[in-house]
Design a protein around this ligand. Structure first.
Ligand SMILES: *Cc1c(COP(=O)(O)O)cnc(C)c1O
Length: 420
């Protein structure tokens, strides 16, 4: 039986409960959108202020002086990020944006040859990835038919067997999400990587919805490359700098989009006409790093280092299980269906499907819950391990019940906002 007392008990027993106070969580509000934009933490705020101080104090010398010299910050944060994805420190660099990083990786690793020319992706992937892939095909004078999209049977989930079946002789590269952005399905990276490599295909993953929520073993799985943003589960702030993983077996591959910040750091200021790329993932940086947008990630990653991704995943699974149990018990008459996998292949959020989703989201917002609407009929709700509680989940379901029972959603238009 789910009830408020059960939620309170689970909160009391939660070993991560102390971290809620590390974040700016507003009283009386239920923030369940950490998979779109994570909340600000006090440590991230402190890291930004400390960085501003180093600018104030050192001016140009901030590149090499102070607690965190800017010249090495991207590498330093890559090292701090590495345990979250099972990578070696030198395989990770924080740089660019998700989409720009995918462009870099396509420019570097997409080398169509003979019959092997197509790029395999899936129709449920976040569109920016597909736009980037299409543009690289166009650079090589290939039309849209060279992007092969695996279809979903139910519009929510992908069948791994279907993906593997699509890895044919004409495929040069596969790009897939680690966790699907709508349904939250976790793909089996190890299995898919093995299948791709058995067929001589390169494979890369978009980890936007998995990093900081679901552990990965990228190095041991032999994944060729990966990319992600740091403003979702990693709480790096709006537009924070993104990340790249390149497996060490590819070190030395010349960057497709070269720039001086990809240089071997000891040679960069030789300012030679010939570039000497770093022999790490750092080679895939382009220009001067966005230092002010790197700073908050530093504070945030400190907490991930203390807690460890396994403990975060454990609590996240408990939160989403409790969420689904509460929904079953409290919302059965109201026509919701769950679009996320119910088993352990679910990621950090649940995905409620309802034909009135847009209006229900507006009603939730008015009642103090921050959900995430995804057209045409999806409501994403992410209870985040570091700052959400079981009580947040219980109260959200009660608010949802009230909205449905009393048809409060009918006050609103069934239309999405500009950003939704
Ligand atoms: C959020 C997200 C992006 C965002 O890309 P940006 O370049 O940061 O705007 C890309 N891919 C996926 C799967 C995402 O969830």
């Amino acid at each position: 039986m789910m009830n408020k007392e059960a939620a309170i008990r689970m909160d009391e027993q939660d070993p991560l409960k102390i971290y809620r106070d590390e974040f700016y969580v507003k009283k009386g509000q239920y923030y369940l959108d950490g998979n779109s934009l994570g909340l600000l933490s006090k440590r991230a705020e402190k890291a930004v202020l400390s960085l501003l101080d180093s600018w104030k104090e050192y001016g140009i010398d901030g590149w090499t002086k102070g607690d965190n010299p800017w010249y090495y910050l991207s590498e330093k944060l890559g090292e701090m990020c590495a345990p979250l994805i099972g990578a070696k420190a030198e395989e990770v660099i924080l740089t660019g944006s998700t989409t720009a990083n995918l462009h870099q990786l396509l420019a570097t690793f997409y080398k169509p040859q003979g019959k092997r020319v197509k790029i395999l992706a899936d129709e449920l992937n976040f569109p920016t990835d597909l736009y980037a892939i299409s543009s690289h095909l166009a650079v090589h004078n290939y039309d849209a038919s060279y992007m092969k999209l695996v279809k979903s049977e139910d519009g929510h989930l992908l069948q791994e067997e279907a993906i593997i079946e699509a890895m044919t002789e004409e495929v040069a590269m596969v790009i897939l999400p680690g966790v699907l952005y709508r349904s939250g399905q976790v793909l089996d990276i190890e299995k898919l990587t093995k299948a791709a490599h058995e067929r001589d295909i390169l494979i890369g993953f978009d980890l936007c919805h998995s990093i900081g929520s679901v552990p990965h073993e990228l190095h041991n799985s032999g994944v060729d490359f990966a990319f992600w943003c740091n403003y979702k589960h990693l709480n790096g702030g709006p537009g924070s700098v993104a990340g790249i993983f390149v497996h060490e077996k590819h070190f030395g591959t010349r960057p497709g989009l070269a720039g001086w910040f990809g240089s071997d750091k000891s040679k960069q200021f030789d300012l030679s006409i010939e570039m000497t790329p770093a022999d790490t993932a750092g080679a895939y940086q382009i220009g001067t790093p966005h230092i002010l947008s790197l700073a908050p990630i530093y504070g945030s990653l400190e907490m991930f280092r203390e807690v460890g991704i396994e403990a975060i995943r454990k609590k996240s699974l408990q939160l989403t299980q409790f969420f689904m149990d509460c929904i079953d018990q409290e919302l059965a008459p109201f026509g919701f269906t769950l679009g996320n996998p119910k088993d352990k292949t679910r990621g950090g959020h649940i995905y409620l499907v309802h034909e009135e989703a847009a209006r229900i989201c507006s009603a939730l917002k008015e009642a103090g819950v921050t959900p995430d609407f995804r057209a045409p009929n999806g409501i994403r709700l992410a209870p985040v391990a570091l700052y959400n509680s079981f009580t947040d989940v219980w109260e959200t379901v009660q608010i949802l019940k009230d909205i449905m029972e009393n048809e409060i959603y009918k006050k609103f238009e069934n239309k999405r906002g500009v950003v939704a």
